[in-house]
Write a protein that binds this ligand. Structure first.
Ligand SMILES: *Cc1c(COP(=O)(O)O)cnc(C)c1O
Length: 377
């Protein structure tokens, strides 16, 4: 059996090595390293894959979130609602811009931001909601858009974990994750579902005017060459990364299918166990399994992680600590009782290896180890 990795980028690379090596060498010999034709081509291809009018590439997923907030013209002190159970980047950028983060609890089954909690958190100063499509499935976008429209609030979708997921609205229309709100953001960090071989990110929007503003912000706020219309940043996707992403975008649906079939294997082996809750998938979203994250009753996650490690199986705890309790984000306004679900999840979730190259003997070995652990503990 091949050694089990949390994310096996090397085996994936070996299958596309010919194409990738050729494309990257071509960029190097072209010397168009920044904003070259590869970046433009990737942008257009991603627009077409997502069915969105504008893709604006940038340097990473955290920048994408920051730029999204900057593009909406928020003022210091404006409130931004987001999830307590997410990667820190989502809330970090809110703080960096001197906006006020309003962390709220999540749904116990899908781990998506709680609709009730959003409603309870809205004040006249609320200017944006950032739902996170956590672990690979969409948050409840119909309801989130309804709440946001009713209150005149912007929606920024943090789609770093769910690129390629489909969301079907109650009216029957299907859209790609990240293209439903005012603006969507993603990351091309190597381990993400569409990952490059370094850092990368992008923003998506169907709003022409906003796209223009975002294009200016990623380029120092420049409008006409050397005329600066607004404060911006320097945030670019390298041509080499774009060349890699073009190749991997063509394989994205196949990669998603591989992840889904690994998840199906896990489900079949584990869902009958009384203490395990395998990932719940909301009927309006597909799940692209950036992570396969289970809840296990009465578990000591770190103890289980050690056991798995002793068998050569990596397992991760996403996420071990609610954001509202972190040194950087705790605030007097937060009341621990309002985060019942996140507090509970942080004590019982564990994520199994998930990537595009998992083989059946590996999956069997992993699920056997989970069951063996639960028999003893
Ligand atoms: C990875 C990730 C980001 C940040 O992306 P980077 O490219 O690493 O900056 C933001 N939000 C979520 C939910 C992520 O998983």
């Amino acid at each position: 059996m091949k050694q089990i990795q949390m994310v096996d980028l090397k085996s994936q690379y070996e299958k596309i090595k010919g194409e990738v090596d050729k494309a990257t060498v071509e960029v190097i010999s072209s010397s168009a390293y920044i904003n070259g034709p590869e970046v433009k081509a990737f942008q257009t291809e991603l627009e077409s894959y997502l069915g969105v009018k504008h893709v604006i590439p940038c340097a990473n997923g955290t920048d994408a979130l920051q730029i999204a907030l900057m593009s909406l013209g928020l003022e210091p002190g404006d409130e931004v609602i987001t999830s307590d159970f997410t990667f820190a980047a989502t809330v970090e950028v809110v703080g960096l811009l001197r906006l006020k983060h309003v962390l709220v609890d999540v749904d116990p089954d899908t781990f998506s931001i709680s609709l009730e909690a959003i409603k309870a958190a809205i004040t006249p100063k609320t200017k944006a909601i950032i739902p996170v499509h956590l672990f690979g499935q969409c948050a409840q976008m119909d309801e989130i858009m309804e709440i946001a429209n009713e209150h005149g609030i912007h929606v920024i979708e943090d789609n770093a974990q769910a690129i390629g997921a489909d969301y079907t609205s109650k009216d029957g229309s299907t859209k790609k994750a990240g293209t439903i709100g005012k603006v969507g953001t993603t990351s091309f960090f190597p381990s993400k579902n569409l990952g490059c071989y370094g850092d990368g990110g992008a923003l998506f929007t169907n709003d022409d005017e906003l796209a223009e503003i975002i294009r200016s912000i990623v380029n120092h706020g420049m409008g006409k060459r050397y005329y600066y219309d607004r404060l911006g940043v320097n945030s670019r996707l390298d041509s080499i990364q774009a060349a890699v992403l073009r190749i991997k975008l063509r394989k994205l649906d196949e990669y998603i299918a591989n992840r889904q079939s690994a998840a199906t294997f896990y489900n079949q082996a584990l869902s009958a166990h009384a203490r395990i809750s395998t990932p719940a998938v909301h009927p309006q979203s597909t799940h692209v399994f950036h992570q396969y994250t289970m809840k296990i009753d009465g578990i000591d996650q770190f103890h289980m992680q050690e056991f798995m490690k002793s068998k050569g199986i990596p397992a991760m705890i996403y996420y071990p600590m609610p954001l509202h309790t972190q040194e950087a984000y705790d605030a007097e306004r937060y009341n621990d009782d309002d985060f019942e679900i996140t507090n509970m999840l942080c004590k019982c979730v564990i994520s199994l290896p998930m990537h595009t190259e998992l083989e059946n003997d590996q999956l069997k070995f992993i699920t056997d180890a989970v069951l063996e652990y639960l028999e003893k503990n």
